[in-house]
Design a protein around this ligand. Structure first.
Ligand SMILES: Cc1cc2nc3c(=O)[nH]c(=O)nc-3n(C[C@H](O)[C@H](O)[C@H](O)COP(=O)(O)O)c2cc1C
Length: 205
């Protein structure tokens, strides 16, 4: 399929990208709360809402090999499952992305995923081609085991850079420290409520 010739249907499409390798972990639970909030959102016509979840761990894809093919035509030379994901990233109306903090940044899975978005960087900054016209927003959800005020600085920066090349406004992030063991986040009712309420009141489009 030609990526520049994508048809959009009338549904509101929310793409949820789970960046943790631990299924049902802390960030996963927050993402599930986000989904529940969306499903209770009265600003959104529920019949026209299309939510798609992607677990990065399940995608078969290679890391960026730095061949710089995308600098020539904006396409990625690696023909793996990321090709389908590119289309979803282009077409979504809202993006929710999550990651645990791993060694002060996002998970390795998510970092490889972001690196594969170099083609969007090349399109925007090297080739001057805007293939994404619509205005959209996104959020970042993260947890970290340590108790540090600065632990989310690096992950935020990486997600902001991703949103920038996708023409996504970084609307908000939800970051919680001192959340480590699987299920720890369930003890943080404030966090669960905050994410739910944001999604329940969200206006998309
Ligand atoms: C490989 C690895 C690296 C980690 N690095 C950090 C770190 O640098 N700082 C921190 O505060 N927590 C770190 N953690 C803890 C996780 O961020 C924390 O457990 C998080 O809540 C996990 O979220 P999840 O259940 O969604 O995967 C690390 C955990 C793992 C497994």
């Amino acid at each position: 399929m030609n990526l520049y010739d994508i048809k959009k249907d009338s549904k509101i499409s929310v793409l949820m990208i789970y960046g943790s390798p631990r299924r049902g972990g802390n960030t996963g639970k927050l993402m599930d709360r986000f989904e529940k909030g969306l499903l209770s959102n009265k600003n959104i016509n529920q019949n026209g809402l299309f939510i798609e979840k992607i677990f990065i761990k399940d995608i078969k894809f290679s890391s960026c090999i730095e061949c710089r093919h995308c600098s020539i035509d904006g396409e990625c030379a690696i023909k793996d499952e990321m090709q389908k994901i590119y289309i979803k990233l282009i077409n979504c109306d809202f993006l929710a992305i999550s990651s645990p903090v791993f060694f002060t940044c996002v998970s390795g899975y998510l970092k490889s995923f972001i690196d594969r978005c170099q083609r969007f960087w090349a399109l925007k900054y090297e080739l001057g081609k805007r293939i994404i016209e619509k205005e959209r927003k996104g959020v970042f959800i993260s947890t970290a085991g340590s108790d540090s005020n600065t632990i989310f600085n690096c992950p935020r920066k990486a997600i902001r850079a991703l949103f920038d090349v996708l023409y996504i406004k970084y609307d908000k992030d939800f970051t919680y420290s001192k959340v480590d063991l699987k299920g720890d986040i369930l003890k943080r009712q404030d966090a669960l409520d905050e994410v739910f309420e944001y999604a329940m009141n969200l206006i998309i489009g």
